[in-house]
Ligand binder design. Structure first.
Ligand code: NAP
Length: 258
């Protein structure tokens, strides 16, 4: 299916690896001019080189997207995106009693205020041009909270509430805002989660990964390219009637009838 995106511009945040990279690659394959961001310049340039193999024009913006300077660099490289994919690293796990005010503020900044700031920066331009697609990478924890991720549960649920309201305000301008909710995907973050779990259980990280993958109804973790394909469809011209949704990509791990 031609997604109708050739020549459009996209800003994909935190995209030198993992799910952000998967989204950037799927958009690049559609002929979108993609700007990717990341903190590590060498890693970002290596990712850009891989993306250029698609033939698409790829730009880069080095910086921490959770800072004003990082967002300014991203918007300087891609001032009027047709597509915005909001993404940043997830907050650390732990018991809520142990987190400092600074840690709470960092989580709220990274996973709630940063995407809102970027939405604010690009939304009116999208409305004026009569086309816009915003996809926020959140987490399956929005539907099914994860006990040791209170920072993530809290910040991402806040973003979900914000999107639910704003998405309905702008849909009539052919600007859609939706959230993609990853369950377990095969990225560096999963490697870190397995390493942390192995310290507690005494099992090897590889065994932790295997056991968690087998428990999933799909019998495996998701792949970033699968995630990217879903993102690209949400950004497509065909997806203009998908508004304010929370789409779970988790292999069926969330157990419900609907
Ligand atoms: P990842 O594999 O750790 O990739 C993170 C990417 O984001 C890297 O390119 C990293 O590059 C960049 N990045 C991280 N923090 C950044 C920042 N502050 N500013 C700019 N770039 C930044 O993570 P992922 O697995 O793709 O996860 C993406 C998001 O989905 C995270 O919020 C994660 O918590 C959430 N999530 C993931 C899963 C999963 O199974 N993978 C499940 C649920 C939710 P640099 O380090 O160079 O900046």
């Amino acid at each position: 299916m031609d997604l109708g995106l050739k020549g459009r511009t996209a800003l994909v945040c935190a995209a030198s690896a993992g799910l952000g990279f998967g989204c950037a690659e799927a958009l690049a394959r559609e002929g979108v001019v993609v700007t990717i961001t990341g903190r590590d310049a060498a890693k970002l340039e290596a990712a850009a080189a891989r993306l250029r193999l698609t033939g698409a024009e790829i730009r880069t913006a080095v910086g921490d997207i959770t800072t004003e300077a990082g967002r300014a660099a991203a918007l300087a490289a891609c001032p009027e995106p047709d597509i915005l994919v909001n993404n940043a690293g997830g907050p650390p796990p732990g018991d809520f009693r142990d987190f400092t005010d600074e840690q709470w503020m960092a989580a709220l900044n990274g996973n709630l205020l940063t995407p809102i700031a970027l939405i604010k920066a690009v939304l009116d331009g999208m409305i004026g041009r009569g086309f816009g697609r915003i996809v926020n990478i959140t987490s399956a924890s929005v539907k099914s909270p994860i006990g040791n991720l209170p920072l993530s549960n809290t910040a991402r649920t806040g973003l979900t509430g914000f999107v639910a309201g704003v998405a309905r305000d702008v849909a009539r301008h052919n600007v859609t805002i939706n959230n993609l909710l990853p369950g377990p995907f095969d990225t560096d973050r999963q490697v870190a989660i397995s390493a942390a779990a192995s310290k507690a259980s005494g099992k090897s990280p590889a065994q932790e990964t295997e056991e968690r993958a087998v428990k999933n109804p799909a019998g495996r973790f998701g792949r970033p390219d699968e995630f990217g394909a879903a993102c690209a469809f949400l950004c497509s011209v065909q997806a203009g009637y998908i508004v304010g949704q929370n789409i779970l990509l988790d292999g069926g791990a969330f157990n419900s009838t609907m």
